[in-house]
Design a binder for this molecule. Structure first.
Ligand code: HEM
Length: 708
């Protein structure tokens, strides 16, 4: 009602001014009625308090505005004094100049002419200031010769500051030029720009400008790219460095956030750039469909060439093909399987179990990872060379060949961390890690060369190596094979040496670290350990013997190991969560496009994180992070997974040659130990992965053994 009467009063005053007397009288009448009604309700329509209130509000706003103005002036001056001058914005520079040069108190020349309309006045609108200025020199010039039009080039610096309304004189342009000549104007413009930049930039400013560019480019990258931060010049390195202690988890999170694939770049001029992916279809495309376009590549090869030469692990195309054929045909032969099984059995019963017994007797804890590494090293050397280096002897000796092999692989990993322009000069001058690598490689090669030569001598002396079943002997024997096709293979000593070293590298630590993670996981999941034990006991129970089996006598056969379905599932599950090769990569030879649409440039390195794949729900389901051997069993049978989903043994033509060997070895060790001992993890240790090419436990795994 109040509002309506106010509105009627507003119209009433309008009608009166417009002389609409009819409407004026009509509104007057209703306003009176309205006022009477309001009075009856005890209300009055008075503007006085409202006006008073509004006035008070305006006053308080004005006061706060003044306070803000003062504050802003103070902050401007403060900024002018504290922020380095090259970083000032234009208004700030002008304000600073204005106060520093005390323009406020200076007398302006020809002040009267500034407002003389008969003169030509140039209004300069600077992009930032947006103020117009009457140029003093122009005023002077035109005052004398008003018929000449002049064109001045102005830079921001020359533009006068008029922030307080005063006119400040600019420096006159010494050479006025006729207007209309575009090239001349352009030249002027460019030179003024150069002058502008030059005027602002001093040599001491260069680091600041570079810093500014660095920040801008970093921001641009953050806004336009998905995935981890890629810094200008230093690429992904700071991000890796920052997350070094939880590298695998960090990569996993980044991959999940990006939907499975992101790009990266290494240090400037290192030539390192590429893609990280966990998308099984991208990986299948790379490892199988376009196998030829994604070899291990030059960068892998040059880093490993000192240690591995042309060995299978470091070779591509034809060089690789020949070794692959030789390795597959020998390793899948029943002769090799029987031989390797027998050596495994002997190593477990004559050395591994004896060593554990010793620690039980002495009630000592032991680093299980170290024991297993020694076991697999002796095992793979016996399988490849027919030589047992003896690392697993009771006193856990220091074996120079084993030590050198370990160092050679560790120091080679260094070449994957630093750019080539760091490790190559180090290699050339023989300094630092490169010096140590050279020494370690020499020891490894000397041992391998001697073994090859000794075996050749033995072969020549005895006329055949039929009594030996190791890979080296089998390859030498192949030369004497009655099959003409195979006989053609005359392998050089270098070929044999490189082949065996690669083979040792491939089979050395992979199964031992897998076993260490397995023992840790089953300690954390006792129900899994119990199921494994009941499976083993059930299998032993089926032995055709009337006598109760004596624990010490139980030596598993190949068939018995094959029947251990649940153990195989537990090992596969443990490898899924802790794959011995956590991350692998290939190098694109030509431009390509992945099935998910990611464009791959020639020379890009494609990393696939096997560790991360296990933790992606889209690949393994909601329970992907759980240790669940049951996921591998269907209707009591072990069910294999798609190679490109379960990449633990790689996929496609380069699938691990030693997969069967590895399962046999792991099952033999796990079943033999678990049947006899309960493995207790020593409390208080931190079990975390080490960031290297193999997923070692960073601090080893301290355990004690309790006889069952
Ligand atoms: C748990 C145990 C093992 C795992 C997880 C494993 C995993 C792998 C992986 C991921 C590769 C691919 C490497 C690459 O090309 O980038 C590979 C290749 C290879 N593995 Fe295994 N491996 C294991 C045990 C063994 C054993 C015991 C041997 C030997 C007896 C062996 C021999 C090889 C060889 C010769 C290759 C090279 C194949 C080729 O390039 O064509 N592996 N292995």
């Amino acid at each position: 009602m109040l509002d309506q009467i106010r509105m009627a009063k507003a119209y009433w005053s309008i009608t009166r001014s417009k002389n609409k007397l009819g409407l004026y009288g009509y509104l007057m009448k209703y306003i009176k009625i309205g006022n009477t009604l309001l009075e009856k309700q005890g209300l009055t329509l008075s503007y006085i308090p409202v006006a008073r209130k509004l006035r008070a509000m305006r006053q308080s706003k004005e006061e706060s505005l003044n306070a803000l103005k003062k504050q802003s002036a103070f902050l401007n001056q403060l900024a002018a004094k504290t922020v380095p001058k090259p970083l000032h914005c234009i208004p700030l520079q002008r304000t600073t100049d204005y106060f520093l040069q005390d323009h406020g108190s200076k007398e302006v020349l020809n002040k009267d002419k500034l407002e003389d309309p008969s003169l030509y006045h140039y209004s300069i609108v600077s992009g930032k200031l947006a103020t117009s200025v009457v140029v003093n020199s122009t005023v002077l010039l035109h005052a004398k010769e008003p018929e000449i039009e002049t064109c001045f080039s102005y830079s921001h610096r020359q533009t006068a500051c008029c922030s307080n309304g005063d006119v400040v004189p600019c420096q006159p342009n010494p050479t006025p030029t006729p207007r209309g000549s575009v090239p001349v104007m352009m030249r002027k413009l460019v030179s003024s720009l150069m002058e502008e930049v030059g005027g602002h930039l001093r040599f001491s400013d260069v680091p600041l400008v570079l810093f500014g560019l660095f920040i801008c480019s970093a921001l641009l990258q953050r806004l336009t790219n998905k995935g981890p931060m890629i810094w200008p010049v230093i690429g992904i390195v700071p991000s890796l460095f920052f997350h070094i202690n939880h590298m695998y988890d960090w990569i996993t999170e980044a991959l999940i956030e990006c939907g499975g694939t992101f790009r990266f770049r290494g240090v400037w001029m290192s030539g390192t750039f590429g893609i990280v992916t966990v998308d099984p279809s991208n990986i299948e495309y790379m490892l199988k469909t376009r196998f030829k376009n994604f070899p291990k590549g030059k960068s892998y090869r040059e880093r490993f060439s000192d240690l591995l030469g042309d060995g299978i692990f470091n070779a591509d195309y034809e060089l690789w093909k020949e070794q692959r054929r030789a390795a597959t045909s020998e390793m899948h032969s029943s002769r090799f399987v029987e031989y390797s099984f027998q050596t495994m059995q002997e190593l477990v019963h004559k050395k591994l179990l004896k060593l554990i017994d010793k620690h039980v007797k002495w009630k000592e804890s032991v680093d299980l990872q170290d024991v297993l590494l020694r076991f697999t090293f002796d095992n793979i050397c016996t399988a490849a060379f027919g030589v047992d280096p003896g690392c697993l002897a009771l006193e856990l000796p220091h074996v120079p060949f084993a030590k050198a092999f370990e160092e050679a692989t560790e120091f080679t990993s260094f070449r994957f961390i630093v750019p080539p322009y760091v490790w190559k000069p180090m290699k050339f001058f023989g300094v630092g890690i490169e010096k140590r690598l050279k020494k370690a490689v020499q020891i490894v090669h000397k041992f391998a060369e001697k073994t090859v030569i000794d075996r050749r001598i033995e072969s020549n002396k005895l006329g055949s190596l039929n009594h030996r079943y190791d890979l080296l002997s089998r390859l030498i024997e192949e030369e004497e094979d009655p099959d003409e096709q195979r006989k053609k293979n005359r392998f050089s000593n270098k070929f044999l040496k490189d082949f065996c070293i690669s083979f040792i590298l491939a089979g050395r630590d992979t199964s031992s670290v897998a076993l260490a993670w397995f023992f840790w996981l089953i300690h954390e999941h006792p129900q899994v350990e119990n199921r494994i034990l009941s499976e083993i006991n059930e299998i032993i129970g089926h032995r055709k013997s009337n006598k109760e089996p004596v624990l010490d006598d139980v030596v598993f056969t190949i068939d018995e190991l094959k029947k251990m379905v649940y153990l195989q599932a537990a090992l596969s599950e443990s490898l899924r969560l802790y794959p011995s090769v956590p991350v692998d990569f290939k190098e694109a030879q030509e431009d390509d496009v992945f099935p998910d649409g990611t464009v791959v440039a020639k020379g890009a390195r494609i990393f696939y994180s096997i560790f991360s794949m296990a933790r992606v729900e889209a690949i393994w389901g909601n329970d992907c992070k759980e240790f669940k051997p049951e996921r591998w069993i269907k209707d009591g049978q072990f069910v294999s997974e798609n190679q490109f989903k379960y990449l633990v043994f790689n996929g496609g033509p380069r699938l691990c040659v030693g997969k069967k060997f590895a399962y046999m070895q792991m099952k033999m060790v796990a079943a033999s130990i678990l049947l006899r001992y309960s493995v207790k993890i020593v409390e208080g240790q931190t079990v975390v992965p080490k960031v290297t090419t193999t997923l070692y436990m960073k601090n080893g795994l301290l355990v004690t053994f309790m006889p069952r």
